[in-house]
Structure formats: C-alpha cells, structure tokens
Design a protein around this ligand. Sequence first.
Ligand code: ADP
Ligand code: MG
Length: 464
Amino acid sequence: MSSALLDEAARIAREFDYPADQVNHGVTEYIKQSNEGLAQENTTLSQIPTFVTAVPNGTEKGLYLAVDLGGTNFRDLFTFLARQIEAFLRIHHNEHFEAHLRRRRDDGNHVVDLFDLGFTFSFPVRQCGINSGTLIRWTKGFNIPDAVGHDVCALLQSAIDDLHLPVRVAALVNDTVGTLMARSYTSPGETGTLLGAIFGTGTNGAYVEKLDKVTKLQHMKDAHYDTSSGEMIINAEWGSFDNHMSVLPTTVYDDELDADSNNPGVQMFEKRVSGMFLGEILRRALLAMHNNPALGLFKPSKTSKVSLPSDSLFYRQWGLDTSLLSQVESDTTKNMVDVKAALKDHLKIEHPSETECQAVKILVHAIGKRAARLAAVPLAAILIHTGKLETDEIVDVGVDGSLVEFYPSFEAYMREALREVPQVGVAGDKKVRIGISKDGSGVGAALIALVASKDETLRNPSKK
Ligand code: ADP
Ligand code: MG
C-alpha cells in the first residue's frame, strides 16, 4: 500500500501548486479589483474607507481604552462587552469610575470626563465616520443576522450607557487597521508603515492610500474627515478578493469546503489562506484518502496497527485545527515524532505508519505553501499599486495572526512568491521589511481613539 499512498498524496499535493504565472495573474487581477473597489460600492474587494487619515510615529501618549472583538476573542454581543468594560474599569481605574458615579448622583446633567475607547470590530463594516459604521456581513463562521445593517458603535455605546459607564466609543477599528497603526507606532525609523495584514482566523489587510484615489468618497455625502494628510487608510477586506473565482486556484476540497460552509461563494480568498480553513481543507483531503479502499489511510490491516476512533474530530466538519499543520510542518525528526504526536493530540489517531505520516506531511506542506504564496498576491499588488517600490525608502509592513506567527516558513514562502513578481523581484527582499505586530489590534485601537479624540471635526462634525 505504501507507494500507492504516497503517489496519491503527491498527486493531490500537485493540485495545490500555485506557480509563478498564476501568482502574477492574481496580482494583475487584484490591482484591477482594488481600483474598482476604490471607485464604487458593492464590488468584490470592498476597499472600505476607514476615516483614519494618519499613522502614528511613536511619540503619541495618553490613556485610552480598547476592546477587541475579532475572531476567537468573540463570545457574545454588546451587553457582554459593556459588562467587561465595567469590570475592567473597576479593577484598573476604580477611582475615576467611582468619582464618575458620585457625579452622576449629584447632577444628572454633569459633563464628565470620559474615557475614549477604540472598538476593534473585525468584520466588514461600511463606515461613514471614524466612530460609526454598519455591519455589511458576518465572516469567519459567525452569523447573528439581527446585527447586519446596524451601527455597531451605536450598539456598543448604548450598552455602555445602560450601565452608566464613563466611556465614549471614539473609534471603530478593524484589526488590520489596528495592526497597521500599532506597527507604525513601534516600527524602527521614521518611515510610517504602508500595510497591516492579518493571517489568523481570517485574512485581511489595510493600507495607506492617496485620498484622491478613493473616488467613491465623493459620493458619500455624510462623510466627514480630516483632509490635511491627503491620505486615508483603506480596509481592503481582501478575504473577498476574487469571489467570482476568475483567477483563484481551486481543488475539489476547496469547492466542497465552500459548499458546506455557512457563506458559500464569499470570502473565497480567505477560504484558501487563513487559519479557520486550512485545517478543514487538509481534513477533507485526508478523508478522501481514508475513504479510498485502495489506499486504506488510517485503516488497520495485517501490516498496520493504526487506530482511529469513531468519535475522532477527523470525522467532524471544522474538526481539524490549523495548529496541526504547524506542528507537522515543523517536524524535522527522522521517524516523525511530532507528526505522530499531532495526530494523536488532535485526532486521537494512534500508531500510524511512517508512510501515513509521510502522506500527511506531503499534504500539509502543499496546503500551507499554497496559502503563503496566495498571501503574496495582495501584498505585491499593494506595493505596485501604491508606487512604493519606486521610492528610495524601506517599505514597512506589519503582520499579525497565529498562522504567520507560527506556521514555519509562512513568511519565507510568501517572500519566495513575491520575488517571482517581476516588479518586486529580488530587490524586494531588502526593500520590503515585514515585522510582526503582535496583538496590534488592541494597541492600534487605542491609538486611533487617541487620534479621534484630538480631532475637533469629529467631536463636532458641524464645524467642518
Ligand atoms: P484571531 O485571528 O481570531 O484574532 P489568531 O491570530 O490567534 O486569532 O488566529 C486563530 C487561528 O489560527 C485559528 O484558526 C487557529 O486554528 C489558527 N492557529 C492557532 N494556532 C496556530 C498555529 N500554531 N499554527 C497555525 N495556525 C494556528
Ligand atoms: Mg487577532
């Protein structure tokens, strides 16, 4: 069985090949779709104006609150968040909080000293100002239909007001924008950061765009923002790049994952790149080999004592966590100790043969590498589109998320694909500096709350 198994694993792995010509095709198409998104609404790349018009340089100071409602941080909705804020204030700022409560008792109309809060909400939101925006759709497996179409800042503010907390929701922040701001705050040197990118549960990016390229802003009558920098951060929502599948690669496993998801036909780029999905792609590919009687993957036989219990997560949709891929990819031992440990810990699979471990490794590598090479597409496109490659300066990029942080060689494979884009080439190795901006979304939210609290046009829009 062994060579048939490895042959089949290699055949499936080849289906995940994403060669240089396809990368370049993807880049061209990304630039096209991103220009469409800057000009009009309801395009596949949303290109959402964030109304954040400057990046920090590291000198900013102040006391601000941040709440991060992202992927795995998500538990319940706004009342829960308000209660968490209350608990935080009682523990860390109790004096201020008590003083506020006393003042409220003395005089209901008292204008109090409010904490400004940056609210990281990492789902597609149509923004019309720095602290307001309506939810366009849920992603990453969430689905609470009531919230779609509502202003998520207003929802949080009203839950906060119900608890009489001294807190003003000053800024609505996507985690990518937070990552960009936090990286810009901490990155070495004076150059601001161009791009913040997330490769975690989902994938997305935010970058600094010239205001005059964001032509759809001209049609937003209620929009108010500071024009002095001539720039605005754009939340690309690149998880939805190429939803109509004009250039994205696909396999039968991708197609089935999508068809069985709660949002078929959308987030098609994300479904090939991010942590929520890679484990499920792998599970489906392994399951196909398991169900193929000619291969007998993970099936006991005369020569194999492998065991796979019927309650294993191997049989459950979304049951295979992407951290297994990192564990497998990082195994350099001869008898694959780490692969075996991963199969046991995650899937209760015991005593797999080394050939079976080898087959798992081949598939993991193929799926992980395709994801990392796909990740290079928006990165190269934004480098080209913004003209930053033609300047003399280092281009700084901040990244965050478990996948880019822990999957071995994610950045290396991404850079390999970047090099294959002629406009970037080997020069990109030095020119493009990529740095982890760990948990940047929280720090970034506080930084945006700071920027927002200083902007008079936002406190009092009629003054603009
Ligand atoms: P979020 O994106 O929700 O803010 P993370 O950046 O931690 O949070 O990403 C969580 C995602 O990363 C999950 O889909 C999880 O399966 C995946 N993940 C967690 N640990 C690892 C790892 N070691 N290697 C690769 N993926 C991981
Ligand atoms: Mg995160």
